[in-house]
Design a protein around this ligand. Structure first.
Ligand SMILES: [Fe+2]
Length: 327
């Protein structure tokens, strides 16, 4: 694959992944899962939406659960560095010819929604209402003690095209998996703006679909504690994969599914990537250590199931990646 060259002066400045809005069929049932089991803080509840955040976050929300007839994902949120960056972003999407519009979004300032060239719905903003961080409010710690939203992972039908587009916006490739051989195609890529392994990752497959959102937990012990909590509060079947450690990103992980099937990764212990001479790490697609350095192999559901984006047509992947799947 062509590894993209890093662009240090992108057309507008995204600083990090910020929030995601999920379509949820039963808000009460999902509140019990995200607040009661995982330990996210409910910051606001309206008639048709719940706004949640992690303990460290000062922004009003990093997860919005929106009442919906069917499970879906509305958009992936990214924070930009200034109001001017929103105008630069609108100009850039206009130049690209992709759908975009400024919209009203509760608890946020000017908000730009746009489709990326591969059909991924994005929401960009600079200002969001602020709340005091709960980082030192240990009496509020519950569940896995989620600190902050860390990243998104999406199924992408054209991974190389997604990588090239996000590289053009200044996202840096940290790790990638590709086929062996001179003409090996890229099957997965991890890209960041904020200085750790990723803000967004792309996995080859029918898409666009959300594979997972991820919250950062303080330690691996918090993740093991969450396994005990879920196993004893009726959520055993919602634990899909893990705990274990990925080779890619070095993360200690657990994947859980909410009652509507949306997947959340609980994630900790990756590494810094902000050095300007940091080079991407290549993994062979046939190397099982990339998915699982240790732990049980990923089940078939983990490879095949994901959440659809509202109103976005599903496309087949350009090719079928030859990955190892547990039966
Ligand atoms: Fe992840």
């Amino acid at each position: 694959m062509p590894v993209p060259k890093h662009i240090f002066a992108p057309p507008f400045n995204i600083i990090r992944s910020s929030h995601v809005t999920l379509g949820i069929t039963d808000l009460g049932r999902s509140r019990a899962f995200y607040e009661g089991a995982l330990g996210l803080q409910v910051e606001d509840a309206t008639g048709d939406a719940l706004y949640l955040r992690g303990l460290e976050e000062r922004q009003h929300h990093s997860l919005v659960l929106h009442r919906s007839a069917v499970p879906s994902v509305r958009h992936l949120g990214f924070k930009v560095a200034s109001e001017e960056d929103l105008d630069r972003a609108a100009h850039h999407f206009k130049t690209l010819g992709t759908e975009h519009a400024f919209v009203e979004a509760p608890f946020q300032g000017r908000t730009l929604r746009a489709l990326d060239p591969c059909g991924l719905p994005l929401e960009l903003y600079f200002r969001m209402e602020q709340r005091p961080s709960l980082l030192r409010q240990y009496g509020r710690y519950r569940g896995v003690q989620p600190q902050r939203l860390d990243h998104f992972n999406v199924f992408a039908p054209e991974v190389q095209r997604s990588v090239d587009f996000y590289a053009s916006l200044g996202f840096r490739l940290t790790e990638y998996a590709e086929e062996d051989g001179a003409d090996g195609r890229i099957a997965a890529a991890w890209m960041h703006r904020k200085g750790n392994v990723h803000d967004i990752a792309f996995t080859n497959g029918p898409g666009p679909r959300l594979h997972h959102l991820a919250y950062w937990a303080p330690t691996a012990l918090n993740i093991i504690h969450l396994c005990d909590v879920m196993a004893s509060t009726g959520y055993l079947a919602n634990m899909e994969r893990g705990p274990g450690r990925h080779g890619i990103s070095n993360a200690f992980f657990l994947y859980v599914r909410c009652p509507d099937g949306h997947r959340t990764e609980i994630y900790t212990s990756d590494y810094q990537t902000m050095d300007t001479d940091h080079e991407p790490l290549r993994w062979s697609l046939r190397d099982p250590r990339r998915q699982t350095l240790w732990g049980q192999p990923a089940p078939r559901s983990w490879f095949e199931e994901g959440s659809l984006f509202d109103g976005v047509a599903l496309r087949d992947a350009l090719f079928k990646a030859d990955v190892l799947v547990a039966s």
